[in-house]
Design a protein around this ligand. Structure first.
Ligand SMILES: NC(=O)c1ccc[n+]([C@@H]2O[C@H](COP(=O)([O-])OP(=O)(O)OC[C@H]3O[C@@H](n4cnc5c(N)ncnc54)[C@H](OP(=O)(O)O)[C@@H]3O)[C@@H](O)[C@H]2O)c1
Length: 314
């Protein structure tokens, strides 16, 4: 599927560093979404992480284009504040990605109330600063940044297929290049760091994207992963110790939320991405992901583990 030569890990890291310091103050006008693609009347978008950061701005853009937006979030007050601001065609559905039970209950509400879903944006993500175990026994970065989205997508998949053409956007990160799937220590009980947990989960999301794109071939549903760029947001606010340097770099060098939001919306609706699937869009152009994501044996093994963890077997 990918004919471009593989980038070495060094090249990946260099690209990541250069993207961090390449600040863009506004969305690239040369890539603006055409008026024809901007009419989303009659379209339904399910969106996680739409209550803050770049996701909130992306929701505003999608709503302005006429889409009905389902905000899948953990904080009802923040969801309600956004609904009050935007008015009609936005609804909050409680979905705390830290809990697979919450994801299941959110998915059943969405399926009960929305006969069509044209776009699913898995945007929610965290950098927690320490190791936290969820009541269901997972390391929290793993479930919030990956497994929750994996489960949500699978539960909404039939509805997306029935609504085709449809798109799934998985918001990943440049740090996937630093990631490694630690099959013998997936929940990072040993040698934990936030960076390791976050990059492992984002790499897993890229692997899921590739796997799912194959499964969806010919279905009219596309799925891509996105590195939205280095964007000012709340993402790094909980980092501790030497990892706090990330939040200082963010203050100094990151682009405004609109830049990341524009990239999310473009991948979700622009005809420039029509039929494009299984790609890692790095800001504005497709790029090869971490070599581990191109290793079918590793991807298949991760999918088996994920199915079992999410209780999707049988
Ligand atoms: N900012 C960057 O430079 C950057 C770079 C690469 C990738 N990303 C990715 O971009 C995405 C958006 O992040 P951001 O930078 O906009 O960060 P942000 O400002 O911290 O926003 C994160 C969003 O995720 C939601 N969220 C967090 N935990 C959740 C949970 N357990 N259940 C449901 N929703 C939850 C938050 O909800 P609340 O409103 O309730 O807090 C918020 O809406 C993330 O996936 C992040 O990993 C960001």
């Amino acid at each position: 599927m990918n004919s471009r030569p593989k980038m070495s890990r060094f090249d990946q890291m260099r690209a990541m560093a250069s993207s961090m310091f390449k600040q863009r103050r506004k969305p690239n006008p040369a890539l603006a979404i055409s008026p024809a693609d901007s009419d989303l009347n009659g379209k339904t978008v399910a969106f996680t992480g739409g209550t803050d950061g770049m996701g909130r701005v992306a929701v505003e853009l999608l709503h302005k284009m006429g889409a009905t937006v389902i905000l899948l979030g953990r904080n009802e007050a923040k969801g309600q504040a956004l609904i009050d601001e935007l008015g009609s065609n936005v609804r909050f559905v409680h979905c705390d990605l830290v809990s697979l039970e919450s994801v299941r209950s959110a998915a059943s509400k969405v399926l009960a109330d929305y006969p069509e879903i044209h776009v699913l944006v898995n945007n929610a993500g965290v950098n927690l600063g320490d190791r936290q175990e969820t009541p269901e026994g997972f390391e929290a970065h793993w479930v919030i940044n990956y497994l929750g989205s994996y489960l949500l997508t699978n539960l909404l998949l039939d509805r997306l297929q029935a609504s085709a053409p449809a798109r799934i956007v998985n918001v990943s990160s440049a740090t996937e290049a630093l990631g490694h799937i630690n099959f013998d220590n997936l929940q990072l009980e040993r040698n934990f760091s936030t960076g390791k947990a976050y990059s492992q989960a984002k790499l897993a999301l890229n692997m899921f994207t590739i796997h799912l794109s194959r499964q969806l071939e010919g279905s009219g549903v596309t799925v891509n992963a996105l590195n939205p760029g280095f964007i000012k947001s709340n993402l790094l606010r909980d980092l501790k110790g030497k990892e706090r340097v990330g939040s200082i770099l963010m203050l100094l060098f990151a682009s405004p939320a609109l830049v990341g939001a524009d990239r999310i919306v473009r991948l979700a609706v622009s005809s420039a991405y029509e039929g494009v699937s299984g790609q890692f869009v790095f800001e504005d152009a497709a790029r090869l992901p971490n070599p581990e994501a191109l290793d079918d044996t590793i991807v298949e093994r991760l999918m088996e583990v994920s199915r079992a963890q999410a209780g999707l077997e049988g």
